[in-house]
Design a protein around this ligand. Structure first.
Ligand code: FMN
Length: 172
């Protein structure tokens, strides 16, 4: 599959069927995340993959769509154990985690699975549910599972509105 096909196939899935993800598919998803680039190749990400229904429900209850995300086969808690800040002033943790999670989302799409980024969640609830230590940052969650809905294709900006060549010529 060409990369662009997986990119076009990925969408934010808001309904899942009750079907576990095969171990081979999970392994491929984990491998996609493992191979992601990271600042200084620190690879300071750690992922807790929640498959247990009871723990999933506790975590989903802290999100903006409890009834949706508790149905996903897994919820992945993406954590960073680094507070490294790059020369540009940006912390690496959200950037590195975002790259790894998008690798997961694209590999999931390639495997006919669906996913959804989850930023609307309560870290304290997740921390307690899966025993994440206090000094570890929980950056983002991602639900992954077999979809029960259809891709909606919300609109995107035109390329000409978001790319300038050589000079900033955006109106604002
Ligand atoms: C960093 C990030 C956080 C997000 N958090 C949530 C969330 O908490 N709940 C949710 O339903 N969707 C969440 N989304 C999904 C976005 O709403 C979605 O990507 C956007 O509307 C575009 O739709 P699409 O992913 O189907 O193309 C998040 C997406 C990103 C990238």
């Amino acid at each position: 599959m060409a990369i662009i096909e997986a990119i076009k196939k990925r969408y934010s899935c808001r309904d899942y069927i009750d079907k576990p993800i095969e171990q081979e598919k999970l392994d491929e998803i984990f491998e996609a995340a493992r191979l992601a680039p990271s600042a200084k190749n620190l690879q300071d990400w750690r992922f807790v993959v929640v498959t247990d229904k009871n723990i999933k429900s506790q975590i989903a209850a802290s999100t903006n769509r409890p009834e949706v995300f508790e149905k996903a086969a897994v919820i992945i808690a993406a954590c960073s154990v680094s507070d490294y800040v790059m020369t540009c002033g940006q912390a690496i943790s959200p950037i590195d985690i975002a790259i790894a999670l998008e690798h997961i989302a694209l590999q999931a799409a390639h495997l006919d699975l669906a996913s959804c980024w989850i930023g609307s969640f309560k870290p304290d609830v997740v921390r307690k549910a899966v025993s994440i230590p206090q000094d570890v940052n929980i950056i983002e969650l991602m639900a992954v599972g077999y979809p029960a809905d259809k891709q909606m294709n919300p609109p995107r900006e035109l390329v000409k509105n978001i790319f300038n060549i050589n000079k900033w010529e955006f109106k604002k």
